[in-house]
Design a protein around this ligand. Structure first.
Ligand code: GLU
Length: 485
């Protein structure tokens, strides 16, 4: 049997990392086995309709690299793939269940149901009282002839338990007595969410259902529907919640469902913060799944090969932003020169970096940044230079003072004006200057770098800073600093 999985998001305009993990596991389950990954948009809940929300789903999947084989935008043999375009499809299924006694028409008015609810003792589960479950044939015929609107409800078994096996949570049992005779088809002939979900999964040939653990308790109802139709139940893979860590006002650590207060929870927000889509995907893959090794850095391709649904854990994992940052930096380190440049280029352009500095920056930045947007601050000195605080020249560890700075900058300037313009030549000339004056290298290099950059922290040392600035700008800045000294 070929695996068919589906990602069935409701368009909310926002892709929480938990939803993205569901999509990823659906994708990996299919890809690992040469199966098919389907995208279905579950938009029947029109009250929650958000303009442009479906586009967010397409954009997210595309950026994350999770290409679907079938879906509203790519087509396929099981369409339509948008629930609101399938509305006419469900009624015959509901009627089939009425015919074989697994569902019934309920003519109860809104007012009656309202009354039931308000009269129920506080704290009890207010299910439907099954008033219409045993209407006589004559009553039903009369109601229909009178044109009384009705819904179709699922006829739940009155006793026994419904048990199913979840691949992650194991055997799950629910007493049938707890199951409400839920509505399948509304008075307008359109399905409820739960009914549409089952009909869609079956008619789309879905073999594996991956979704959040909040659906564990609805699944018995779904399974009773499958049984009522005589259909095969799919394999279920329910995923535990993703948690976040925070501290309360007493500094005590609290773990709760991942939300905004822990940090960004949306895929696009994380991308905007400088996390690479492939790093986010890599990190999210590890939230509930672990390979049979200590390997932690994966490309999507590698995940496709190594992912194993039998290794998904049911213990909730904590979203660790530091770990994500580390994973991101590992992905950066593994980048080719061209790839790194493509990501860094906007920041280089902003700082006014020349093309002949690209190789140097690849070497200086690639191992040191955790996100590309850090480049902006790291290279700000190339564009901005002002009257920095002269005390920057005083640096104990480098044995640099205002006096030594002034003394060393003068001969250093002469070197900078004439030396061969490359790293080795500049380094050697500065070292020689220190030697000739009987001082530590840092006594020369510290003030040169500070005078040129105007800041204490730069990527690379003295020679690299000079190269990034170019000879003319370096000379101009050192002269200006000397004047101020
Ligand atoms: N539309 C549901 C959601 O976004 C999907 C439920 C399912 O996968 O069965 O939560």
């Amino acid at each position: 049997m070929k695996i068919r999985t589906r990602f069935a998001p409701s368009p909310t305009g926002f892709m929480h990392v938990g939803n993205l993990r569901t999509a990823l596991y659906e994708y990996l389950t299919a890809r690992h086995d040469g199966g098919t990954f389907v995208l279905r948009i579950e938009d029947t809940d029109q009250e929650r309709f958000v303009e442009g929300a479906t586009q967010v789903i397409y954009d997210t999947l595309k950026l994350a690299g999770l290409s679907h084989d079938e879906g509203p935008d790519v087509g396929g043999d099981y369409g339509p793939y948008v629930q609101s375009e399938r509305l006419g499809l469900y009624k015959p299924y509901a009627e089939q269940l009425v015919k074989n006694g697994k569902a019934y028409r309920c003519f109860c008015t809104k007012e009656r149901l309202e009354k039931l609810r308000s009269e129920a003792p506080e704290g009890t589960v207010t299910g439907y009282d099954r008033h219409c479950r045993n209407l006589s044939e004559e009553e039903i015929a009369k109601n229909l002839a009178d044109g009384i609107p009705y819904v179709i409800r699922q006829k739940m078994p009155e006793d026994g338990v419904t048990t199913y096996r979840d691949l992650v949570y194991g055997d799950i049992s629910f007493p049938n007595a707890d199951l409400d005779d839920q509505i399948l088809l509304k008075t307008d002939g359109f399905p409820t969410y739960n009914f549409a979900n089952v009909i869609d999964d079956h008619t789309m040939g879905i073999t594996h259902v991956v979704r959040g653990s909040e659906y564990l308790s609805s699944t018995p109802k779904y399974n009773l529907l499958y049984e009522a139709f005589g259909w095969e139940i799919p394999t279920y893979i329910h995923l535990p919640l993703i948690m976040g860590k925070s501290t309360d006002e007493n500094g005590k650590e609290i773990v709760s469902k991942l939300s905004k207060r822990h940090g960004s929870t949306g895929f696009m927000d994380l991308v905007a913060e400088g996390y690479l889509p492939e790093a986010i995907i890599n990190y999210i893959a590890l939230l509930g799944w672990a390979p049979d090794s200590t390997k932690e850095i994966f490309t999507l391709k590698e995940l496709e090969e190594e992912f194993d649904i039998n290794r998904i854990s049911k213990s909730p994992s904590v979203f660790d932003y530091d770990k994500l940052t580390w994973v991101n930096s590992e992905h950066i380190k593994a980048m080719s020169f061209d790839d790194f440049l493509a990501h860094a280029k906007p920041f280089y352009d902003k700082a006014g970096i020349r093309e002949d500095s690209y190789a140097l920056l690849d070497e200086l930045l690639k191992p040191r940044i955790t996100r590309f947007n850090e480049i902006e601050e790291k290279l700000a000195f190339v564009r901005e230079y002002g009257d920095f605080d002269l005390s920057l020249f005083e640096h104990k560890k480098s044995k640099s003072t205002l006096d030594t700075s002034k003394a060393m900058l003068e001969p250093a300037l002469a070197i900078i004006e004439t030396a061969d313009w490359n790293r080795e030549a500049l380094g050697a000339a500065m070292t020689k200057l220190a030697e000739d004056n009987g001082v530590k290298n840092s006594v020369v290099m510290w003030p040169v770098r500070v005078a040129a950059a105007g800041v204490a922290v730069t990527p690379g040392g003295c020679s690299e800073v000079l190269l990034l600035l170019g000879r003319d700008e370096s000379v101009r800045r050192i002269k200006a600093a000397l004047k101020r000294l």
